[in-house]
Design a protein. Sequence first.
Length: 622
Amino acid sequence: MRHQVNAEINRITDRFIRDQSEDGSWQYPFETGISTDCHMIILLRTLEIDDEAFIKELVERIAGKQQEDGSWSLFYDEGKGNLTATVEAYYALLYSGYRPRNDQNIQAARRFILANGGATKVHMLFKIMLAITGQCKWPPFPIKIEVLLLPDSFPINLFDFSVVGRTNIIPFLILANLGFSRRTRRSPDLSDLFLKKENRSFTEDPEARSVINLIQKGIHGLKDYPGNLRELALYRAEQYMLDRIEPDGTLCNYLSSTSMMIFALLARGYSNTHPVITRALQGLKAMTCRIDGELHCQYTTATVWNTTLISYALQESGVPCTSNTVQKANQYILTRQHVKFGDWIIHEPDLLPGGWGFADMNTIQPDIDDTTAALRAIRTLAIERMECRQAWDRGINWLISIQNNDGGWAAFEKNVNKKILNLLPIEGGKDMLIDPSTVDLTGRTLEFFGNYTHLDFHHPMVKRGIRWLLKNQESDGSWVGRWGVYIYGTWSAVTGMVAVGVSPNHPAIQKAVNWLKAIQNQDGGWGESCKSDIENCYVSLGESTRTHTAWALDTLISASTEVTPEIEQGVAFLVERKEKDWTNAYPKGRGMAGSFYLNYHCYEYVFPLLALAHYQKLAEGR
C-alpha cells in the first residue's frame, strides 16, 4: 500500500506542476451547470450585441447537456429534470436564434416544461430575469427602494444583508421599483409556457408581512427628509454598484450581480454601449473557461481558492516551500491579499484590510475560508521573509477580528446574522440574505489556528469556537456545512477541533467518527448526494467520489492514533482510482439549495492529495 500511496501522491503532484499557470496560479474551472451560459446569451441578446461565434459556442454546450426526456438537470441523480434549468435552456436557445421553435429537441423541452407546471413555477431568481426581459409582468413588490435610506441604527438596514445578497438585491430594487422591462426584435414569445397567472402575493405570509410592515414604517419615518427620496435612493443604489466595480469591470466578480447591474443601469438610462456596461461585459467574458473543449461562462473564477489550496496541499505532501512551483504560487497569493476596505468595515470599523478573496480580480470582498487557505500556504515564508511576515500578521489580525459574537465564523463578514431577514418572501433567501456562523468556516478556522499558530482550547477565542461547534452538531453525530453538506461539514468540524486540542475520544468526535464509518460504501469510499441540502438530512449518492472519500478519510485520520480498517479501505479507493467517470463531474459544492451547485475541478486532486499525505504521516507514526 505504501508504494501505491507514493505513486498516487506523485501522480497528483506532477499534474499540479504541469497545470500551473505562468503567474503561479491554478485556473481550474469553477463549474455551475448551464445556468450561467443561458443567462449570458439572454444578456447579450437583450443588449443586441451580435457576438455570434461566442453565442454559438454557448448554444452547443447547452444543447449538449439536454436529457432524453427533453429536460436539463442540476446533478446526475436529481431524478426527473429540473424545471427552472429547462426553462432557462429553452429560453436561451430560442433567443440565440440558432435553435428554431420546431426543432425536435426544443419541442421536447417545451413538453417537459408544460408537463411540470410551466414557467410560472420557475425559481424566483429566474422569474426576475423573465420580467426584466419582457416575458412576464413584474409581480407587485412591496419594498420601496427608499429602504436604502434607512440609517444603520434602524432594526433592518442595507448592511444587515450578506454581501452576496446585497450586491444582487440593490440592482434588483432599482429594476423592481422602476418596473424595467426590455424586449428586442429577436425576443421569443414564451407566453404559452405560463399555464396560469401567478396568484401568490409577496405579502400573503403573516411573518413576511410583519417584516415588510417594519420596513415600511421605517421608510414612512423619512417623510420629513428634504428632497426627492425616491430619486435619492435610486442615485444611492446606482453609486453603491459603481463604487464596487472591480478592476475587470464586474460587480464583485459575480456573473449574477454584474448582469443585474447592467440591467439596472439600462433602467437608469445608460445606453447599451455605455463604457461601464461594455467593461462589465468584457469582465464577464474574461471569466469564461473551457471544459472538455466547450466554452463555459463561470459564475466567478476560483483562481485564488484553487491556488491557496494547491500550494498548501503540495507542501503537506512533501514538496519543499523552496521549490519553484510553491514559490511562484505563493508569490501570486501575496499579490492577491486585499489592501482596500470592503463593506466588512461597517461591522468592524477599526479593522485594517488583510484578508483574501475567492476570485482572481476580487479586491474588496475577502472571505474567511480563502484567508485561512492563503495563510496556510504562506506559513513557511512568513518565518523567512519580512514582506511575507507582514502579510501574515495582517491576515491573522483580520481573521481574529472577524469572529462572530456567537463564537463561530461566517463566510464574509461579522455578525451579519439577523434571522428576521429569512422571513422575507425571497425564494432561496436563507442561502443568500444573511451570513451567519457556519460549521465549515468555523471548523476550518480552528484547524488553521491549531495547526499553524499553535493556539489551543485554552485560548478564549478558540474556546468560543469549539463551544459553537459542539452546540451545532446534528443528532446523528454529523455536522452540516454551508459550502459542502454533511461529509464536508463533519470533516471541517472534527479536523478543526482536534487541531486545537480537543481529544479524539471526546464523545462528539467519536459520534462523528461512528457516523462516518456507518455511511462508508462497500468499495471503501464515500459519496453524498446534492439532495442532502434539499431534504436537510444526509442522502447517500449510491456511489463513491474521490472528493467525499478524501474528506471522510481525512476526518478519520485526524481522530486516529493508528491506521484502522476503514482508513485502509478509504486509502485503497483513492489509490486504485475506483471511481466512475460521472462522479468526477458531480457537484461537491453547495451554492443555493435546490437551484445552484458548484463543481470545483481541482477538488478531485487537491483533497485526495491532502488525505494521502496525512495518511502517510499516520502510518509512519508522525
